[in-house]
Design a protein around this ligand. Structure first.
Ligand code: NAD
Length: 378
């Protein structure tokens, strides 16, 4: 068995657990070091995963001290670019950064540049590309099982960057990674709503068109049911996709819905239930990363160019709302158009008072979400 790849993780919260489990479950990595501002977060990771890692409360010291092959960036969105750039400067073989890729397209660009300049492979954690149901749906579409894809529709919530960046990535994956041609959408934002310190809207709707003519629709925070997956309507059939199941209806199924729940390379759907998507997605994403790093694969499904396009489609919705127009890709605006609308007064909150829907993740006294009040700062 060849030597395992040495991993260091920056940010040891809920998503880091899935990265670590993925690395360990595919058997090709050793989690050597953890970095977090909070010692107890690192202790919890070790205990939960049965590992003994070296702990750092200063992530730069970890990057300077450890000989890491792979760095996981699992901090909140606005910290993805700074930590990816910092890690790239130390030249690991690869970085696996969480989604959404960054808080602005400009910062996402910087991540691409830093990794290219330093010869580092960069992956964004859209792990659902590795779910067998997603891949089965993609293969069915590619071989024409539902004819020409006319519309993919999905329901979302909790802000576009968090939830729907997975869906914009899914649209492209299902269509064989073709490019999005244009985006048109609108947002409502009456309250000062944040998600992991990133501004989000109260609700949104968006339409996309892709090379080849397929279209997609996202209904976000408009009261519809919330799940990862899509209804896919083709000229000769339909697919209803969730993270575990593919329902297919076409002439071959006799016009009835036919269900398949495909197992993964590492885990079985029925054995794991709701845990399946996290376990299989994490392990298969890590496994393909090991293949890419060792040269066994030429590329990775989650390579950063795809993560960039998923983010661009989300910011395209904000830009469409800002400019009241259909936004043609590639997008030119490099800052977050939602921030621009709010800060310019174009979309001033009518119900003032910032609140963060993920404030419950914060430890200790950091419970205000966006910023600690000045009087409590050290
Ligand atoms: N791929 C997915 O399906 C998925 C699911 C959940 C979250 N995420 C993404 O993962 C990211 C992290 O979310 P989370 O839910 O794990 O958050 P979290 O709050 O649970 O964890 C973040 C951790 O980062 C630590 N941290 C903050 N600043 C740091 C610094 N300077 N140095 C070191 N550590 C620092 C915090 O102490 C915390 O432990 C987000 O960008 C989120 O979008 C992705």
């Amino acid at each position: 068995m060849s030597e395992k790849l040495r991993v260091g993780v920056i940010g040891c919260g809920s998503m880091a657990q899935h990265h670590i489990a993925g690395y360990l479950n595919c058997g090709r990595f050793e989690v050597s070091a953890l970095a977090d501002l909070d010692e107890s977060a690192m202790e919890a990771m070790d205990a939960r995963n049965g590992i003994k890692s070296t702990h750092y409360t200063d992530a730069r010291r970890m990057l300077d001290t450890e000989r890491l092959d792979v760095v996981s960036v699992c901090t909140w969105h606005a910290d993805h670019a700074p930590w990816t750039v910092a890690a790239a400067a130390r030249r690991p073989k690869a970085i696996l950064c969480e989604k959404p890729m960054a808080d602005t397209l400009g910062h996402a660009d910087a991540m691409l540049v830093a990794c290219q300049r330093n010869g580092v492979k960069l992956v964004i954690g859209h792990q659902r590309r590795f779910l067998p149901a997603y891949t089965m749906a993609r293969d069915l579409i590619a071989r024409g099982a539902i004819g020409q894809v006319n519309l993919m529709q999905c329901f979302a919530g909790q802000g576009l960057p968090n939830y729907s960046s997975h869906q914009t990535d899914m649209f492209r994956y299902l269509l064989g990674d073709v490019d999005c041609r244009w985006v048109m959408g609108n947002v409502e934002r009456k309250s000062d709503r944040l998600e992991r310190t990133t501004r989000i809207e109260d609700s949104a709707i968006a339409v996309f068109e892709f090379e080849g003519g397929a279209r997609a629709l996202i209904l976000s925070d408009v009261g519809a049911p919330l799940y990862q997956g899509a209804n896919i309507i083709g000229s000769q059939g339909m697919i209803n996709l969730t993270t575990e199941e593919v329902l297919l209806l076409n002439a071959d199924t006799g016009g009835r819905w036919q269900s398949t729940r495909p197992d993964g390379k590492f885990f079985k759907v029925e054995a794991e239930g709701e845990r399946f998507e996290w376990l299989e997605g994490g392990a298969a994403q890590a496994d393909e990363l090991a293949d890419w790093v060792t040269g066994a694969a030429q590329t990775h499904r989650g390579r950063a160019e795809n993560g960039y396009k998923a983010l661009e489609m989300i910011h395209g919705i904000y830009e469409s709302a800002r400019c009241h127009e259909r936004v043609i890709m590639p997008m030119q605006t490099r800052i977050n158009p939602l921030d621009l609308m709010v800060e310019s007064g174009h979309l001033a909150p009518q119900r003032p008072g910032a609140y963060d829907i993920r404030a419950f993740l914060l430890r200790g006294e950091k419970l205000w979400g966006h910023e600690q009040p000045a009087e409590t700062k050290p």
